[in-house]
Structure formats: structure tokens, C-alpha cells
Ligand binder design. Structure first.
Ligand code: ADP
Ligand code: ASP
Ligand code: MG
Length: 434
């Protein structure tokens, strides 16, 4: 008999018929001999509607009250699913994050789970009652204040509960059949991936593949929780995210250069902090760290004869701009840096894989593909597991589709080109060497 934590996303609990369908799935899973703990998101669109409500009432909503407001979305769906299960004769009880023992740090809006005390869930399971837990929320360990975990945070709740209960697996039921080589809503040629390592999935998630929240992958990786991403409609296998990776087609050379897939984001802003002297840099980072915001494409340049103004650059999601400005305001007033410049919204496209920084030919090929499409790049960053570029938002889908075509749909030709000029290729003997 398996203990499964099943998380159902917003679309999967989007209306009464879907809530009933979820209840039937839980019933069937129990009938197969499994013990089930359910985690639910807010009904599709509910969190956005609550956010919109808060904005109509306050330009700068109080973070505590905002968390209390947003948490009601998940409470609605948990109680609704418990009602549906009970109506089918399945004993069930809804649990808030606090009831379920989800302990977080105190960062409102972006809290991290620091512990799970699963005693009340255990009691419920012992009594044969299905716990239906609200995703996306917990209680701060020190203050007991309600906190939310950031967008997509129900995935993290599910993984954390699976880790605490030592579940066989954490099943993430969603509106696609698994993790694809690119967002299947924008790239019809994308294919489902059977197995992904935690590292590969973490890079995809951090780059915008929102099918799994990045924090959930990090949690799963550090607690070794096998995660199965699958459709809440079909019955087929989805994608397993675990220690194993999908390397059926890889040989020794390809082991060093491999493309997992493409990810994209829109609504990114580039921030340039001007006049950040080397002495102030650590303080700037310490201040940004307090916001717990994910910064990306971070680069720093000290002033020299050609660049008088030392600058720190990074990208953030547009929704986080206000938090950055607020966090840095005091430091700027104290002279920590000279000023802050923001770009308009840009798109970001990331080629995710491995061996990318050691194979500049892959970067060269990617740049050729984008240039052939007439896509103008704004910034580029090369990491070991990712190459990211920013461009106009309206170019993002074309960019991701063309890169997918070159690197995933027809990977062999590209890989041969890349490996042929890569650092591990046999080097021709030059006259200088002779
Ligand atoms: P849920 O409400 O179930 O949590 P999300 O909307 O958070 O669902 O995540 C599922 C969505 O993630 C899909 O509808 C899809 O558009 C998007 N997505 C982005 N990248 C990928 C990818 N690589 N594979 C699968 N889905 C992806
Ligand atoms: N309801 C929250 C959101 O929309 C959390 C989640 O769905 O995982 O982001
Ligand atoms: Mg989600």
C-alpha cells in the first residue's frame, strides 16, 4: 500500500464538476489500496481575483492582510472538496496550512517552509479520514502569523507534506500531461519528458516553466521526494522528477552537452543600479536578500576609465518592482548607490541543459537561430545549465519556437555541430604545434 500526496491545481478544481471529478479520483486511488493526502490550490482565477480586489482597495496593500485575503482562495477549495468527498461517502476533513503543521519563516507573500509538524495529519490518516489541505499557506514559526508561499506555492506545500509523511510519491495533478520540452500551450511541437532530474527541473522552473514551482523542486531535491507531474483528466503516466534523468539517447559526449528544453517568461524588468561602489555592493545584496526575491541575470561592473559609473544589473518579475524599490529606498537615501533605472517589460527566453558554458558553439548556434528570425537581443547570460536572453515581449514565442526546433525537434544536427567544435572535440594538429 502506498501513501500518496496528491496536489490538484487551480484548473483541476475550477468548478463544481471538476471538484467532483477530483473527489472521484481520490476515491479510486483509495479503492486501489492507497492512503491519500490531498493538497488543493485556489479555484482557477481565484487568487488573481483576490489580488485585483486588494489593488482596488489599496495601492500598497499591507502584506499581512494581503496574505490573509489570498489564503481564502485555498480555504474555499479545500472545504469544497471535503464536502464533495463526504457526499460520496469518503470521510474527509479540510485543514488550513496551520492545522496541517506547515511552519514557515516570517516573510509575508514569499514565505519559505522551514518545517512540517504532521501530527494532526497523521491522526486523521489513522482514523481513516482523508486530509484535504490548503496549499500555498502556513504559519510563521515565531509569530504564528499566517503567511503565503508565493505564486504556485501549493506545489511546495504538497512536496513538504510528502517529505514529512515519507510518502511514496508526491503527485502534482495539473492541466497538462507532464513537463514538456517547452510550454505546450505556445510550442505545439513540444514533447513530454518521461524523467527529469531535480537539477534539470529546477533550472526549467527558475526559467519560467511554471508547471512546477521552483521552491517545490528545491524542497523535493533536498528531501529526495519523487514527484510525478500528471494530468488531472487522463490516466497516463506523466513526468517523474527525481534523481534520475531522461538520458536514454545520450552517449558519453552528449553527457557533456545536452539540452533539456526551453522556458520563457514575459513581464520581466531589467534594473540597473548606478553608482554602486565595490564597498557598498555587499550591503546592496544584503538588502535585496531581505526581500527574498529571485534575482536573475545578475552582473556587476566596477568603474574604470571607460565606465565611470559602477553598475549592478539584474532582472526581476514586474510584479516585484515595488518591493525592490521599497527595499532599496533607504540605502539610496544614505548614499549606498546613486540611482535606479528600469527598463520597460521585456521577455526572457532560456535554453536549459547542461554543458552550455563549456560549449560556446551552442551559444553561437542559438544566436544564429535568433538572428535568422530577426529577433533583436537586449541582454544575454551564459551559465553552465542555461543560456538566457532578453528580447521584446512580442518576440518571445517565435524565439522559443525556433530554438526548440533547432535544439529539441532536430537535436542531432545541432548537437553534432556543437560537439564538433566543442572543447572535447579532437583538436586538429596545427602547423604551430608541429
Ligand atoms: P496548476 O494550476 O495546475 O498549478 P499551472 O498553471 O501552475 O497549473 O502550471 C501548468 C501550466 O504550466 C501549463 O498549463 C503550461 O501552460 C505551463 N507550462 C510552462 N512551461 C511548461 C512545460 N515546460 N511543461 C508543461 N507545462 C508548462
Ligand atoms: N493559488 C496560488 C496561485 O495562484 C497558489 C497555487 O496555485 O499554487 O499562485
Ligand atoms: Mg501551479
Amino acid at each position: 500500500m502506498s501513501l500518496l500526496v496528491q496536489k490538484y491545481g487551480g484548473t483541476s478544481v475550477g468548478d463544481p464538476a471538476r471538484i467532483r471529478a477530483v473527489a472521484e479520483r481520490v476515491l479510486a486511488s483509495r479503492a486501489d489500496g492507497n492512503t491519500v493526502v490531498v493538497v488543493v490550490s485556489a479555484m482557477g482565477g481565484a487568487t488573481d481575483a483576490l489580488l485585483a480586489l486588494s489593488r482596488t482597495l489599496s495601492g500598497t496593500p499591507d502584506q499581512r492582510e494581503l496574505d490573509v485575503l489570498l489564503s481564502t482562495g485555498e480555504q474555499t477549495s479545500a472545504a469544497a472538496l471535503a464536502l464533495a468527498l463526504r457526499d460520496m461517502g469518503v470521510p474527509a476533513r479540510s485543514f488550513t496550512g496551520r492545522d496541517a503543521g506547515i511552519v514557515t519563516d516570517g516573510v509575508h507573500g514569499r514565505a519559505r517552509i522551514v518545517d512540517v509538524v504532521p501530527a494532526s495529519l497523521g491522526k486523521s490518516l489513522d482514523a481513516g479520514v482523508v486530509p484535504v489541505v490548503t496549499g500555498f499557506q502556513g504559519a510563521a514559526g515565531q509569530t504564528q502569523e499566517l503567511t503565503t508561499l508565493g505564486r504556485g506555492g501549493s506545489d511546495t506545500t504538497a512536496v513538504a507534506i510528502a517529505a514529512a509523511l515519507r510518502a511514496t510519491a508526491c503527485e502534482i495533478y495539473t492541466d497538462v500531461e507532464g513537463v514538456f520540452t517547452a510550454d505546450p500551450r505556445h510550442v505545439p511541437a513540444a514533447r513530454k519528458i518521461t524523467h527529469l532530474s531535480y537539477e534539470e527541473m529546477a533550472e526549467m522552473a527558475a526559467s519560467g516553466a511554471k508547471v512546477l514551482a521552483h521552491s517545490s523542486v528545491e524542497y523535493a531535491s533536498s528531501h529526495r521526494v519523487p514527484v510525478h507531474v500528471r494530468s488531472s483528466v487522463g490516466t497516463g503516466e506523466g513526468t517523474w522528477v527525481s534523481c534520475q534523468r531522461d538520458d536514454g539517447t545520450l552517449g558519453a559526449l552528449a553527457d557533456r552537452f545536452m539540452v533539456t528544453g526551453l522556458a520563457h517568461q514575459v513581464g520581466q524588468l531589467r534594473c540597473r543600479l548606478r553608482g554602486v561602489g565595490p564597498a557598498a555592493l555587499a550591503t546592496v545584496f544584503a538588502t535585496l536578500a531581505e526581500t527574498a526575491l529571485p534575482l536573475d541575470m545578475v552582473s556587476y561592473r566596477t568603474g574604470d576609465e571607460s565606465v565611470a559609473d559602477p553598475s549592478l544589473m539584474f532582472t526581476v518579475q514586474a510584479a516585484d518592482q515595488h518591493d525592490v524599490v521599497e527595499a532599496l529606498g533607504e540605502l539610496q537615501r544614505l548614499g549606498g548607490f546613486a540611482g535606479c533605472e528600469w527598463s520597460g517589460p521585456v521577455g526572457k527566453v532560456s535554453l536549459v541543459g547542461r554543458g552550455l558554458s563549456t560549449h560556446p558553439a551552442a551559444v553561437s548556434r542559438a544566436l544564429d537561430v535568433l538572428r535568422e528570425q530577426g529577433i533583436v537581443l537586449e541582454d544575454m547570460a551564459v551559465y553552465a545549465r542555461r543560456v538566457s536572453v532578453t528580447c521584446r515581449e512580442e518576440d518571445v514565442v517565435a524565439a522559443v519556437s525556433q530554438l526548440h526546433e533547432a535544439f529539441v525537434a532536430q537535436p542531432e544536427a545541432t548537437r553534432r555541430q556543437v560537439i564538433a567544435v566543442g572543447p572535447h572535440a579532437p583538436r586538429p594538429i596545427t602547423s604551430a604545434v608541429r
